[in-house]
Design a protein around this ligand. Structure first.
Ligand code: HEM
Length: 413
């Protein structure tokens, strides 16, 4: 483990400070790190200690070097979905290393096949049409709670074969878990680890019920698929099934809806770019990539070093936590000219919002379909959204999103 007394930290920056993110000041802090301390040793006020990689090249390097950087410590530092004594490691896709990762992925990937993707698109398309129509008829509303959550709802209804009501119930649960440090979702007064364990248990209860139903009456949905899948001839154990349901739900519910909110806010805050897109819908493809880069909803991922390694003169020791900052890599001017400009025509745009390497998001095609349907609908509805109140940021350094986005709807053009 790194001897913390040997490593100077950039004064005043603590990437575990969720208020930095809630106030929207994290981009400045990350820009300082990229410039002055790109391999930064972070000493969190919460007691966590980890490296933070903030340059695009270093982030890509860490993603590529999966033999050097293990995923087994869990997604979040300092009281995480999992922790250093992570019980999900080796069982849940995102925190499993090779070779088991490959076998688990072969089980899960067919649940997101092109046939499933078509069905997801049909379902999401119908929900989005209705939600946008309601928004237009009402002259506005809270885009975050009334429109954006229909994206994961449509995906869950199809991938898990559950009702609209159950999908929203599941979204409420995952939203509480991801928002475990935000008083809008939970009572933040009690112990963080206990709270997280409790929030995870709520989701497991949901999936245990669903799994029992699917064992009685199997179908083609992902839960039934996991229940009948074998790895090396052995059926998956119940907790492996539950962990991977959790992975799909947490991986897909907040990410796509929060990305939609940050994307719409970017358009409203950059009216010339909004005009450009309204005038030329052909730009939707590059605009979606830019929305992904701009939002960087999954701010970072965590790895743990398996061996000592040096990077930019810093000595990372075996056993150290290493965080890989997508949100910073996506603003790195060495990779993206004029990186702080929101440009719906930006190309090339090799953003890292879905990660990279063996753990690159398997839900990316689903997210692309969801976001494409929503933004196309917003562009073709003949209206323009305008900010009608203060947007509220989620209190998290891991998931960047808006819990509220009040908009009014005006005639376009
Ligand atoms: C805009 C939307 C999304 C973003 C920004 C996003 C981001 C990410 C990132 C950064 C990773 C890499 C994690 C790592 O390397 O440790 C990842 C993995 C993953 N995502 Fe997504 N995701 C999105 C949508 C989805 C959706 C819709 C689903 C499910 C339907 C999903 C399911 C997963 C799963 C299961 C993994 C683990 C893959 C593996 O370990 O091989 N994601 N996602």
């Amino acid at each position: 483990m790194t001897d913390v007394t040997q490593v100077p930290a950039v004064a005043g920056i603590d990437l575990t400070d969720v208020d930095l993110f809630a106030r929207g000041e994290h981009l400045d802090a990350l820009a300082r790190l990229r410039a002055d301390d790109p391999v930064h040793w972070n000493e969190g006020a919460d007691g966590s200690r980890f490296w933070a990689l903030t340059k695009y090249d270093d982030v890509q390097w860490a993603y590529r070097e999966h033999e050097l950087f293990s995923s087994s410590r869990g997604a979040i530092v300092g009281g995480s979905l999992q922790s250093s004594d992570d019980t999900a490691a080796g069982r849940m896709l995102v925190v499993t290393d090779l070779p088991r990762h490959r076998l688990l992925k072969q089980v899960i990937q067919p649940a997101l096949s092109s046939a499933v993707l078509s069905a997801v698109s049909a379902q999401v398309g119908a929900l989005v049409d209705r939600a946008v129509q309601r928004l237009v008829e009402a002259g506005g509303g809270d885009f975050a709670t009334e429109v954006a959550t229909e994206l994961p709802a449509g995906a869950l209804m199809t991938i898990m074969d559950i009702s609209h009501e159950d999908a929203h119930q599941l979204i409420r649960l995952t939203r509480r878990m991801v928002g475990y440090r935000d008083e809008v979702f939970v009572d933040t007064g009690d112990d963080t680890r206990l709270r997280l364990a409790w929030l995870q248990a709520e989701i497991f209860d949901f999936f245990e019920d669903l799994l029992a139903q699917r064992r009685r009456r199997p179908g083609d949905d992902v839960v039934s698929r996991l229940a009948r899948s074998r790895i090396n001839g052995r059926l998956l154990e119940t907790d492996e099934i539950l962990y991977n349901c959790l992975n799909l739900a947490v991986g897909g519910n907040e990410t796509s809806s929060y990305t939609a909110c940050t994307g719409l806010l970017a358009l409203m805050e950059n009216p010339a770019q909004y005009d450009r897109l309204l005038a030329d819908h052909e730009l939707l493809g590059t605009a979606l990539d830019e929305v992904l880069r701009w939002s960087s909803t999954n701010a970072y991922v965590q790895r743990v070093a398996k061996r000592d390694v040096e990077r930019r003169g810093r000595q990372i020791r075996a056993g150290d936590s290493v965080t890989v900052w997508n949100v910073s890599a996506n603003r790195d001017a060495d990779q993206f000219p004029d990186a702080d400009a929101f440009d719906v025509g930006r190309t090339p745009n090799r953003h890292l919002s879905y990660g990279s390497g063996i753990h690159r998001c398997i839900g990316a095609p689903v997210a692309q379909a969801e976001l494409g349907l929503l933004f196309r609908r917003l562009l073709t509805a003949g209206v323009r959204c305008e900010l009608a109140g203060e947007p509220r940021r989620l209190r998290s350094n891991f998931m960047l999103g808006l819990t509220s986005l009040p908009v009014r709807v005006a005639r376009a053009g």
